[in-house]
Design a protein around this ligand. Structure first.
Ligand code: EPZ
Length: 426
């Protein structure tokens, strides 16, 4: 496995261009299962999770063509006109929970789907009860046996009214995907409102679905008997953007982030400004400049438009160097503080009580060998390493390759001393 070696203490200066959003790409790739025509997707990020979804679609019988691949992005044409398999096996699903998004489309289009239960993962148990409940409300019969979800519907799925008892990005997506081919208008309430879900809805509308309330938590989806192909450009990755905004602040740097709308990272910008960092919306670019101070700020994660759980670890790294104490509350996943012991190995002062972490700012972090445990925890250690004195080695960086395209290249172009050591660790 590869490691990343960082010699910290260099302020980042320069421009970082944001890639397409992983968490929009994956459900939109799954949407290709809803049509016999070609879905052409541009601005896909070059990431291992995209490869995994490609592998899963191909396993199901899809033809996936790589039309263009350069340093910036990937273009795929996906054709699902002759599917011969409705089973998503454990060997693929275990690599990536987003595989569960083939459940709704396969069920809606073919009346059957067998999808491995993804199981828990490092950040929490991550149930699928809401995915199942919304599909059952549309008339599916679902059983679970031998680690697989078996979903069947003898007739076309029927529109329903469904109130999600808790906000779930994944279950909202499966509900929208299934409703797109259901008979009638499905009313989904208390939906997740993440921009990636909005992007999925925009793509589905191009494919012929009628959707009211796009971008809100109340969606009315009028399903169609058949859907067409479409061309869709994936929206930029707000979590990648937020990560680099925090990188600018933690290294006392001055960077611009380009290719992202300010609106979808405004919650991050506001927290950074409360911490005393200058953040300027320059239209196409966002400038993040350290302004001589770093104040401790409390932060709690919430569904969008709240502060994302996917940026909690990175923000915690920043707060380790702030002037007093901050309380960071994780409300989405029950086990998303795995970066804490690793940050403490670098000299951070953090104590955890349930879903709260008290972060007492220290003058400096010091480089250390640390272990990545999940995607966002991994990148929080990279950020800490960029700010730390001395050298930091982050092990098990395959997690990073799931969500950060060309991380070392983007950071070294801004002056970071960072390199990948291939095949270094176990
Ligand atoms: C998506 O995961 C994202 N994954 C996650 O990003 C992100 O952290 C999360 O949404 C929250 O924003 C992708 O987009 C691929 P949820 P998802 O369903 O859909 C509970 C990253 O780093 N729940 O909104 O799995 C669940 O246990 C990843 O890029 C149920 O109880 O998240 C959790 O506590 C990590 N029953 C909460 O809801 C269910 O049926 C939110 O989960 C479904 C979820």
């Amino acid at each position: 496995m590869d490691s990343i070696l960082i010699n910290g203490g260099k302020p980042l200066k320069g421009n970082i261009r944001i890639s397409g959003a992983k968490n929009a790409s994956l459900p939109i790739m799954a949407a290709s299962l809803l049509t016999d025509q070609v879905l052409e997707l541009t601005n896909l990020p070059i990431l291992s999770d995209i490869d995994t979804m490609e592998e899963l679609l191909a396993h199901l019988g899809a033809k996936v063509f790589r039309i263009k691949e350069n340093n910036d992005s990937l273009t795929l044409k996906i054709s699902c006109d002759n599917m011969n398999n409705h089973q998503a096996p454990y060997e693929i699903v275990r690599k990536m929970r987003a595989s569960i998004w083939v459940l709704g489309p396969l069920l809606a289009k073919y009346g059957k789907a067998v999808v491995s239960l993804p199981g828990g993962c490092a950040i929490g148990a991550r149930q699928v009860d809401l995915h199942i409940a919304v599909l059952e409300a549309m008339g599916a019969s679902i059983t679970i046996s031998e680690g697989y979800i078996h979903a069947n519907s003898k007739t076309r799925l029927k529109a329903c009214s469904f109130l999600f008892p808790g906000v779930s990005v994944g279950a909202t997506i499966n509900g929208i995907l299934a409703a797109s081919l259901a008979d009638g208008t499905t009313h989904l309430s208390n939906c997740a409102m993440e921009p990636e879900i909005k992007d999925l809805c925009i793509c589905l509308v191009k494919m012929g679905v009628i959707i009211e309330g796009i971008g809100t938590n109340d969606l009315k989806i009028t399903g169609q008997k058949t859907l067409t192909g479409a061309k869709h450009n994936i929206l930029p990755d707000r979590i990648e953007a937020g990560t680099y905004m925090i990188a600018g602040a933690i290294t006392k740097g001055d960077i611009t982030i380009s290719g992202i709308d300010y609106e979808i990272v405004e919650n991050v910008a506001q927290k950074l400004m409360q911490a005393g960092v200058l953040v300027t919306n320059m239209g196409d670019n966002i400038r993040v400049k350290y302004n001589g101070e770093l104040k401790s700020v409390d932060m709690a994660t919430h569904p969008y438009p709240g502060f994302s759980t996917d940026l909690q670890a990175q923000f915690m790294s920043l707060m380790t160097l702030a002037d007093s104490s901050s309380v960071i509350t994780e409300n989405i996943f029950e086990n998303r503080f795995m970066h804490v012991p690793e940050l403490c190995r670098m000299g951070a002062n953090i104590s955890v009580d349930g879903n709260h972490a008290v972060v007492r700012g220290v003058g400096n972090l010091s480089g250390a060998e640390v272990m990545a445990s999940d995607l966002r925890a991994s990148v929080s250690l990279v950020l800490a390493g960029l700010a730390a004195k001395g050298s930091t080695k982050v092990r098990r960086v395959y997690h990073l390759d799931r969500g950060y395209q060309a991380l070392e290249q983007k950071l070294s172009a801004c002056g970071a001393d960072i390199a990948r050591i291939k095949g270094d660790s176990v």
